[in-house]
Design a protein around this ligand. Structure first.
Ligand SMILES: Cc1ncc(COP(=O)(O)O)c(C=O)c1O
Length: 403
């Protein structure tokens, strides 16, 4: 127990609440918005949010549902029509799925929290990437377990080192978190590594949390392979997926998990305790997204493909920056360690300088873990005009530093 005090009252707090961590993207966004309120112009490359609007046919489906009175409580795990549409969609990707195994949540984030709560006891260990989406670390700690990191390295295009992961497994390891395509590095896990990781999970009786929310954003030609398509993996994996990125629906809060049979009713129960249900009209929008035209998604992928090239070329042209064009997602993760070392500052100090002095909001690699030192993350889900201006300012900032 710890306690917080205001003027008169001391509230006793459970220790678990102190273990929750924040997300750098939201913190920097809040700082950037505060500067905007003071009249400063900010270029937003910090948040992982497509600049595209949700497609009109998706919006219309929600509006229609509202007019039809779909404004009541519904089933905790999601309406059957959406769970069926999700199961059909996943099956079309080679991931055999039944509606009973799908649980719909407000965004995909709750699936990460529920997975930690459902799978980890005090003192258990979960293997998570470093750098990685910070919520993995947060929910593992919140559940009383210990995050054990495995490093993603630029020298292997940020793909996991299977031998290093194997060497980190102990009698307490319960969970292996995989994210492909990866935030923040853009790394994609190839089929050979996925097969080896699946074997490792089987041999060590690990549950795999497979976060594939960036699946459509893949610039390598062949579709991103899911570990759930490998033999025996469906009943050992929790698939984390959603509508935020693929359908430009971040603010709608619509995501889902595909779960092993024994876990699905438990996740629905967690949903019932947590938020009761996702609004039915939001779920109707999800059905329209999956079953309607995929043209807006294809247009977005085409645009991001062009921006990826632009960002990688412009960053590579700055002395001291090392970057390979990312294989997936919509983030560039340049190595700026030569610049930070010469200037005697950290990546976080460099990011702060870019925001305060140049009006460019982006994230230090360390917002994603210790292995992110010497890196920055730039989201190219931002319009080309803003990207162009931001890259010019980044260039100006870096060349102004002592080299
Ligand atoms: C890797 C990863 N997983 C999950 C999420 C959660 O997204 P949402 O809750 O909007 O579905 C994000 C959001 O940035 C992400 O980057």
């Amino acid at each position: 127990m710890t306690s917080v005090s205001s003027s008169a009252v001391q509230l006793p707090l459970a220790s678990r609440i102190e273990r929750l961590r924040t997300e750098g993207a939201f913190e920097v966004l809040a700082r950037a918005r505060a500067l905007e309120q003071q009249g400063q112009h900010i270029l937003h490359l910090e948040i992982g949010e497509p600049d595209f609007q949700t497609a009109p046919h998706i919006v219309e489906a929600a509006v229609r549902a509202l007019h039809n009175g779909e404004t009541k409580y519904g089933p905790a795990g999601g309406i059957l029509e959406l769970r069926t549409a999700i199961a059909n969609h996943l099956t079309s990707l080679g991931i055999a799925a039944a509606p009973e195994n799908v649980v719909v949540t407000p965004g995909s984030k709750p699936i990460l929290l529920y997975a930690a709560l459902a799978l980890l006891e005090n003192g258990d260990e979960a293997l998570i990437p470093d750098p990685a989406y910070p919520i993995y670390d947060s929910v593992v700690r919140f559940a009383g377990a210990r995050p054990v990191t495995y490093r993603l390295d630029a020298s292997s295009n940020f793909a996991p080192d299977v031998d290093a992961i194997a060497a980190s497994i102990t009698s307490r390891t319960r969970v292996l978190v995989l994210n492909t395509p990866q935030n923040p590095t853009g790394g994609v896990i190839d089929e050979g590594r996925l097969t080896a990781l699946a074997q490792l999970a089987e041999e060590n009786d690990l549950t795999v949390i497979a976060d594939e929310i960036y699946r459509p954003f893949n610039y390598g030609g062949a579709p991103v392979r899911s570990i759930l398509t490998l033999p025996g993996m469906r009943e050992r994996c929790i698939l984390v997926d959603g509508f935020s990125k693929a359908y430009a629906m971040t603010g709608w809060r619509l995501g889902f998990g595909l779960l092993p049979t024994p876990l699905a009713p438990r996740f629905a129960l967690l949903a019932l305790n947590d938020h009761a249900c996702v609004p039915a009209f939001v779920q109707r929008a999800g059905i329209a997204a999956l079953e309607g035209t995929q043209e807006p998604l294809h247009a977005m992928i085409a645009e991001f493909t062009a921006r990826r090239q632009l960002v990688a070329e412009r960053l590579a042209a700055i002395p001291g920056v090392r970057i390979a064009a990312p294989a997936g997602a919509f983030y560039a993760f340049p190595d700026v360690s030569a610049i930070t070392a010469a200037a005697g500052i950290s990546a976080a100090q460099l990011a702060t300088k870019l925001l305060a002095e140049y009006g460019v909001a982006l994230l230090p690699g360390t917002a994603f873990g210790a292995a992110g030192e010497g890196y920055l993350r730039l989201s190219f889900a931002t319009g080309r005009a803003d990207l162009d201006r931001a890259l010019a300012l980044v260039h100006e900032c870096f060349t102004s530093l002592p080299s």
